[in-house]
Design a protein around this ligand. Structure first.
Ligand code: SAM
Length: 291
């Protein structure tokens, strides 16, 4: 008994310093959705303050605004436009919701084509920057989400729902599937959805990278108190890795596409296509049933 208590205390209080607690997350899966969403808000606010553009699109550290928004337009062209035109949507008279809009990288491309855009995000820091960068766009409604629902967004009010580079960061499967249900709820019958999630079934790093990130993730996640999380992040920076790109709010839940399909169907959606099954960027496209 004493040994067990001592082990737990060591984990809780010294985790960032001893770092190796490889089974922590599996043995103590976090089920407190309230806490998960609070941590997501804090972490995304921290990322926005440090370098919003980089944490939105982490392939570059030094984005200039022009190339950043060009990348958003390119994503609109390749990810949303073909589906919208296949459906024959006259977007200029339509409303849409972007889930996890960040500072509006793709939002502005939607705002140029849709009558109104609800730009939802969990981070007020991201939303504040987004508002500031889009003062001339009067059809964007910047909306602070609670991290679990799209409360405040009316049911059956949207023609289109889109989400990219967001669900892959959400810490638990329950929350991701809850978001899928919410997308179906807010869509009008006949409305369309196009969202990306992570269903990766293979390692995306070599063993050294995996080990290093595992240690950093574990030290950040060992305890929910901010001093342990910040301690883990400081240690990460000492060993030359970015502690803000660690933990469950960065490396979120990996889903089996079958669970996503089931959730869409149960909530009244009809899936047209799942693209890149088993990859980090899996897409689910379809429409809400007319019934
Ligand atoms: C990597 S950025 C992508 C932003 C945008 N989708 C883009 O492609 O430019 C992820 C965004 O998702 C937001 N986010 C993370 N968890 C969220 C949640 N549970 N609900 C809503 N937004 C969330 C973050 O605040 C951040 O702005």
């Amino acid at each position: 008994m004493l040994a067990a208590v001592t082990a737990i205390d060591i984990r809780r209080h010294f985790a960032p310093f001893i770092i190796v607690i490889p089974t922590y997350n599996r043995r103590f899966p976090m089920k407190n959705l309230e806490l998960e969403t609070t941590l997501a808000q804090q972490d995304w606010n921290d990322r926005a303050r440090k370098n919003a553009l980089h944490y939105i699109c982490s392939e570059r550290k030094d984005w200039d605004l022009e190339s950043f928004f060009k990348s958003g337009e390119a994503d609109y062209d390749s990810l949303a436009a073909p589906f919208l035109s296949k459906l024959g949507f006259a977007t200029e008279a339509m409303s849409m919701i972007e889930v996890g809009c960040g500072v509006g990288r793709v939002t502005r491309s939607f705002a140029r084509r849709f009558a109104s855009v609800t730009a939802l995000d969990v981070s007020e820091e991201m939303l504040g920057r987004g508002r500031g960068l889009h003062k001339d766009f009067h059809n964007i409604v910047w909306t602070k989400g609670d991290g679990k629902t799209f409360s405040g967004v009316e049911s059956r009010s949207m023609h289109f729902a889109f989400s990219y580079l967001v669900l892959q960061h959400i810490p638990s499967k329950e929350l991701v599937l809850g978001y899928v249900r919410e997308m179906m709820r807010v869509l009008k019958p006949g409305g369309a959805f196009c969202f990306q999630f992570n269903s990766c079934t293979y390692p995306t790093m070599n063993w050294k990278g995996r080990l290093l990130w595992r240690l950093v993730d574990e030290s950040v996640e060992a305890d929910r108190s901010s001093w342990v999380r910040n301690g883990g992040r400081k240690i990460a920076s000492v060993i030359g890795v970015d502690g803000l790109a660690a933990g469950r709010t960065w490396r979120g839940a990996v889903l089996d596409p079958r669970e996503v399909l089931e959730t869409v169907w149960e909530s009244g959606g009809l899936v047209h296509r799942i693209r890149d099954w088993g990859a980090p960027r899996t897409w689910c496209l379809g429409i809400k049933d007319e019934l």
